[in-house]
Write a protein that binds this ligand. Structure first.
Ligand code: CA
Length: 291
């Protein structure tokens, strides 16, 4: 028994020292190529200067205003031609415009998203599904025909079917999401307001809304590689040793700190170390999306 413990200690020490031998005193992030693909909510780009500042990323924005998922599917080669490591995919708002030429039936929307997800994955890109924000109906009906939506419970209720379809695909494919619908709705509820306070025109976020988009995206990008403290694409014993040393103050995770904040509470501490360790041991599933 003693010998077993001693050999475990030696193993742990060898992991520790092999880590020290290859690591500087703090870690830096490998650059990923991030490509955004979607409609005007993403094309406006108002979200990504915040995200770039917070995350140190640069994003190639290939989203096009006015596009629905059929336009995206038809032009999808242009997104793949960018050879993204991470593809941000966001469609739905124009698809759900039942009174407009851009309307795409729900099952066609689902098939279009599925096609893009599968082609991106086959090309080696990891997809983050950006689930678009709710509709502010008062402003929406200044440009859309209210009567068309009334039998469906209103424009936002009709659009919610597309949101649910996107969430179902995210669950089916195990995708990380930036769920703007959930975040905008919860933020409005918390502030006892409506989503109108987060929107410019009933469809596009205003500055407050785009700040939420940016923070949701940053969170999603961390979740994509949660627990991978050293950025080698795997979560293993090296990662929990590094997180432990960061918590003990003998090492700095540096730019990788966000990946170690497994419970996403803004701090890296013993809780996160335990969660990474349990993930490596197979007794804990790293959360791909907020609970
Ligand atoms: Ca934490």
């Amino acid at each position: 028994m003693k010998r077993f413990r001693f050999s475990s200690l030696l193993l742990a020490l060898s992991v520790l020292f092999s880590v020290c031998a290859v690591c500087p005193s703090a870690l830096t992030s490998r650059d990923k190529k991030i490509v955004a693909f979607g409609d005007s909510i993403t094309a406006s780009g108002a979200w990504f200067s915040d995200a770039e500042k917070a995350f140190g990323i640069s994003v190639v924005n290939k989203a096009v205003g006015g596009w629905n998922s059929a336009d995206g599917r038809a032009a999808f080669a242009s997104a793949l031609a960018q050879k993204p490591d991470v593809l941000l995919l966001s469609f739905g708002m124009n698809d759900a415009a039942l009174d407009m030429a851009k309307y795409v039936p729900l099952e066609t929307y689902r098939a279009n998203l599925r096609d893009m997800i599968e082609r991106a994955t086959a090309a080696g890109a990891r997809v983050v599904l950006v689930i678009e924000n709710p509709i502010g109906e008062t402003d929406y009906y200044t440009r859309h025909d209210r009567a068309v939506f009334e039998p469906h419970g209103g424009a936002n209720a009709f659009y919610l079917q597309y949101v649910l379809a996107a969430r179902e695909l995210a669950a089916e494919y195990g995708l990380v999401t930036a769920d703007l619908y959930r975040i905008f709705t919860e933020t409005a509820e918390m502030t006892k307001g409506t989503v109108d306070g987060l929107l410019a025109d009933g469809v596009h976020p205003n500055a407050r809304g785009y700040a939420l988009y940016a923070s949701a995206l940053v969170d999603a990008l961390y979740r994509l590689d949660l627990g991978d403290a050293n950025g080698d694409g795997r979560v293993n014993a090296v990662d929990y040793m590094l997180v432990k040393r960061d918590v003990l103050g003998t090492f700095s995770l540096g730019e990788r700190t966000g990946y170690a904040d497994v419970n996403r509470d803004g701090a890296v501490n013993a809780v996160d170390y335990m969660l990474v360790k349990r993930a490596v041991l197979g007794t804990y599933a790293l959360p791909r999306n907020p609970a």
